[in-house]
Design a protein around this ligand. Structure first.
Ligand code: NAD
Length: 350
């Protein structure tokens, strides 16, 4: 049996889920955590019995660390990940990989130069239902796609945007936006993963229910490279909050999903029946209200995936390139909202 790889986690908000995921994952060991918030650091060391650092450069000097999970403020991901790559550490970077395509490009170059592995978190892509739906689309069961429509009507109290770990949220610099770039980026990613690359967008944004800089509601129309049309609505103002909802229809069929499958009208009668039997059970979900209610299962799969990529020198399940398009789409929507014009994705790649 090969030795477990030593992981460190930087940032101990969502990073606590990474710690638990490393502990639960096969082939990984939680060696160290780092946060300059001493109360958070102390809580993590007490819970996980690992080494603790308040200074990130000191953590990176530890030669025993093989990989670092980056779970800091979104607009600092590339900076922190580049430092780790230069220190020869492999990486797992939280969503969004960073908040601008330019910074993500810098990270890609640094990772390439250092020859380390870098996986990116989009745990929704690892869920069984989403994998099945992706397979159904890719194998042509829905036919050529016509429409892809997603809503994320979530709620965040004003207190979420306040306090020592709240004020970066809903800012352009560190959150890259609000409901779309932070909460909504999983939904944007699923939409483009299901339907393929987006060609152009038209967006509207506003601040309606909070004292924040960027936006707490975004409404956007998308044109996909395939010719299909789509829409995305994200908000943190919906009372009561509701599940993410995605409707996809093509020339031969359709599905609607929330946390579970609401309808699957594609393929043979047996396939339709089976899909509803397997995935149509109503589950309660508190994801809309509690940012840390995501659980660790998806992150366990991400940790095991990066362990495999490091050991076998194969590409991680979600690479930097795979994780970039969602950020490009969000940035294009914001550019459209600012300029009042339709924006091509190629315009935000420059
Ligand atoms: N995958 C998911 O579903 C999911 C859910 C929630 C958050 N996230 C992502 O996780 C990231 C963190 O979000 P959060 O809500 O935990 O934020 P947070 O502000 O609660 O936590 C970030 C932590 O990083 C620490 N930190 C920042 N720079 C540091 C440095 N140089 N050295 C040491 N510590 C440093 C801060 O002190 C803070 O404790 C964000 O990118 C967010 O988008 C992902």
């Amino acid at each position: 049996m090969p030795k477990d790889l030593n992981f460190a986690v930087l940032g101990l908000g969502m990073g606590m889920n990474h710690c638990q995921a490393v502990v639960d994952a096969k082939g990984a060991r939680l060696a160290a955590v780092c946060d300059h918030d001493e109360a958070r650091l102390h809580a993590a060391i007490t819970k996980f019995g690992c080494e603790g650092y308040t200074k990130y450069p000191a953590l990176l000097k530890n030669r025993d660390i093989d990989a670092v999970c980056i779970a800091t403020e979104s607009g600092l991901h590339a900076t922190h990940a580049i430092q780790a790559a230069r220190a020869g550490k492999h990486l797992l970077v939280e969503k969004p990989v960073d908040v601008t395509p330019a910074r993500i490009r810098q990270l890609r170059e640094a990772v390439h130069r250092a020859g380390v592995q870098c996986g990116c978190v989009f745990q929704s892509r690892t869920e069984a239902l989403n994998l099945r739906l992706k397979k159904a689309i890719d194998s042509g069961k829905l036919g050529k796609l016509i429409g892809v429509h997603a809503q994320l009507p979530w709620f965040r109290a004003q207190s979420y945007y306040e306090g020592p770990h709240g004020t970066w949220k809903g800012t352009w610099k560190l959150d890259g936006g609000g409901s779309l770039m932070n909460q909504g980026i999983h939904t944007v990613d699923l939409v483009q993963w299901f339907a393929g690359p987006v060609e152009s967008v038209c967006g509207f944004i506003g601040v309606f229910g909070h004292k924040i800089e960027a936006e707490d509601q975004t409404v956007a129309i998308l044109r996909f490279e395939s010719g299909a049309l789509g829409s995305i609505v994200t908000t943190t103002c919906a009372i009561p909050d509701q599940s993410q909802r995605i409707l996809v229809y093509g020339e031969k069929g359709s599905f609607t999903k929330t946390a579970y499958l609401e309808s699957f009208e594609a393929g043979t009668p047996k396939e339709r029946r089976q899909m509803m039997e397997w995935y149509g059970h109503k589950k309660t979900s508190r994801l809309g209200r509690d940012p840390l209610a995501v659980g660790a299962a998806g992150h366990v799969r991400h940790i095991e995936d990066i362990v495999k990529a490091i050991r076998r020198n194969t590409r991680p399940g979600i690479t930097i390139d795979d994780a970039t398009h969602a950020v490009e789409i969000a940035c294009a929507i914001f550019k459209s909202a600012r300029t009042g014009k339709i924006v091509k994705i190629s315009d935000v790649r420059k």
